[in-house]
Design a protein around this ligand. Structure first.
Ligand SMILES: [Zn+2]
Length: 226
């Protein structure tokens, strides 16, 4: 889109330089009409840019939390019995999500997944990460520069294995996701190192489709309670 904008700017710039030749050819009114058309094209491209620059996180944080998700109570809003967790999750998913485990690098489902889509919590389907924030960290685990909504990704100081790290988990059901480190490449400077076993990927056709899926979670959950 930027090349298109640049192209348009150069076209307008070019017109500025060549108006002396275009003016006699088109007549004054034709020339004015043409400039108007170029301006209209410019505004249409601006609109398109806004759509393409859709920020999934901004869309999510603008939504109110679903009414069944009360994050202020101190407890995870979705609670399941051990039997329910065992029935819902595979052995690996249970070990990682419910017992703070770590799956093997490179030998997991999504570390190399480059498809467009949404990564939901394996424990409760809350949208946690977007493919638009995914990058190749070379670590062998799916890595993201930010969560979709900071409200739904809880953090906890983790001092296990003699290291001080920041553990991250789904704030809705408590499922362990991974850790966040301050060495990310993006503007946030953060690297969310997440286990594939804690995620379920839902493919989408476009970034706009991801936003729709995210908004459905916020809206549909609220609608369910009405
Ligand atoms: Zn969850």
């Amino acid at each position: 889109m930027f090349s298109l904008k640049k192209c348009l700017q150069s076209l307008k710039g070019g017109l500025g330089g060549s108006w002396k030749f275009l003016l006699p050819a088109l007549g004054l009114s034709g020339f004015i009409l043409m400039l108007g058309a170029v301006d209209k094209m410019d505004s249409r491209i601006e609109e398109k840019c806004e759509v393409l620059q859709v920020d999934v996180s901004a869309c999510a944080s603008a939504c109110a939390m679903p009414s069944h998700v009360d994050l202020s109570s101190g407890n995870f809003p979705i609670q399941r019995s051990e039997a329910e967790w065992r029935a819902r999750l595979t052995e690996l998913q249970y070990k990682v999500a419910r017992e703070q485990g770590t799956e093997r690098p490179f030998q997991n489902l999504y570390h190399d997944n480059k498809a467009i889509g949404l990564y939901r919590c394996i424990g409760c389907a809350t949208p946690l990460f977007s493919s638009t924030d995914k990058f190749d960290s070379g670590t062998g685990w799916p890595s993201f520069s930010k969560p979709i909504d900071a409200r739904t990704l809880g953090e906890h100081r983790d001092e296990s294995y003699g290291m001080i790290r920041t553990e991250v988990h789904c704030a809705v059901c408590g499922s362990h996701q991974g850790h966040v480190f301050p060495d990310g490449p993006g503007p946030s400077g953060l690297r969310y190192c997440i286990n594939s076993a804690s995620l379920e990927f839902e493919p989408a056709d476009s970034v706009e489709a991801i936003v729709e899926l995210v908004q459905q979670w916020y809206g549909a959950s609220a609608a369910k309670d009405r």
